[in-house]
Design a protein around this ligand. Structure first.
Ligand code: FES
Length: 359
């Protein structure tokens, strides 16, 4: 403890284990131990010496707190003025960037302001905090109250009203962007349950390669799908959607071909595949991560988020992990030009459970 070092002026070194004539674990003063240098001389801060500098520091602190308020409000305004409902990638990037800048400014400014307040304005003296038994008797409570009063006096919390009010404003304004973001959880003008239950797939929609983002590659012919190959697939007409990324998130599919002899299909699903080619939703039924790791030899699909595994040779049933339902299967067939097309939408909602899902 600091008091021990100060009292003796020497550092304490433990006695070597098993030394002759000394109890194990006791401490003795070692003559060659490093001396305790003590505290360096106290240097007063410029704000302690110059009232003008104190005032300037106060201005800096409340300016930073107000800057934090501006950042929080800026994030809310950015959310309103750069909407993401268009679904365009550029709009989403602009939205994310400005909301992020606002929230960063809010958090940084309040953090820097608080540190500057502590370093430049609050009382600057060293003190020894003596250990004492914790008790809740009357004198202790009175002492606690005195400490609060002293802290209030020394920090200037009550006296420096601009600093105090701007800090309170910053702390009140900071959660606003987070609350505002909740608005994006569901569209106001559409029934979210209907949106969750249907995807863009419908009878005759061609299966096309997913080339990333909002772009769509070429349609896929059955002849292109060799045994063991896997395609990440979206509807060919995805680009016509008003909300491309949301539609893609629901409609994305994994297409693969297995040896027909390996496929276990129930009677009512025998017509859903084409010569061993099967298509399953890529959205994990646990909490919606993309299921994308395929083990060709075992026919297992692995979700990287929580390790759920699905057997694509057996209607994508769950064989391991927290997912509770198989991946929904997209019924497919081939059109007159040999392209793979959907027979219909999925027969059940894709992805995780939600409040109105029946199974
Ligand atoms: S989201 Fe796939 S296992 Fe959790």
């Amino acid at each position: 403890m600091a008091e021990e070092a100060n009292t003796s002026g020497n550092a304490l070194a433990p006695q070597a284990h098993g030394s002759e004539g000394a109890a194990v674990g006791t401490a003795v003063i070692a003559s060659d131990a490093v001396q305790n240098p003590g505290l360096p001389p106290h240097r007063q801060r410029v704000t302690d010496l110059d009232p003008q500098k104190d005032k300037r520091a106060e201005r800096t602190v409340y300016t930073l707190f107000y800057l934090s308020v501006a950042g929080s409000l800026g994030a809310v305004l950015a959310y309103m003025f750069f909407p993401i409902e268009t679904g365009e990638l550029s709009a989403i990037r602009t939205h994310t960037m400005f909301v992020g800048i606002g929230m960063t400014l809010a958090l940084l400014a309040v953090g820097i302001g608080a540190v500057h307040w502590g370093k430049a304005l609050m009382a600057d003296h060293e003190s020894i905090d003596e250990r004492h038994p914790v008790a809740s008797d009357e004198p202790t409570r009175e002492a606690s109250a005195e400490i609060f009063q002293l802290a209030d006096k020394e920090s200037g919390f009550s006296r420096r009203t601009l600093v105090r009010n701007s800090l309170i404003g910053a702390l009140i304004a900071f959660p606003l962007p987070g609350i505002t973001l909740l608005r994006s959880l569901a569209p106001l003008d559409q029934d979210p349950v209907t949106l969750l239950k249907h995807t863009m797939w419908e009878k005759g929609t061609r299966l096309a390669r997913d080339t990333g983002g909002a772009t769509v590659g070429g349609a896929i012919k059955a002849a292109d799908v060799t045994i063991g190959s896997v395609f990440h697939v979206v509807p060919e007409n995805l680009g016509e959607a008003t909300d491309v990324l949301n539609e893609k998130a629901k409609a994305i599919v994994l297409l693969m071909r297995l040896d027909e002899a390996d496929l276990k299909e129930s009677e009512d699903r025998k017509s859903w595949s084409y010569h061993g080619i099967v298509a399953y939703s890529k959205v994990c039924t646990h909490v919606g991560c993309p299921v994308a790791l395929n083990e060709q030899h075992t026919h297992h699909l692995l979700c990287p988020c929580h390790q759920s595994q699905f057997d694509v040779s057996d209607e994508a049933k769950v064989i391991f992990g927290p997912a509770k339902r198989p991946l929904p299967q997209l019924p497919i067939m081939v059109d007159e030009e040999g392209y793979l097309v959907a027979q219909s939408d999925f027969h059940e909602p894709v992805g995780p459970s939600f409040w109105e899902r029946l199974k």
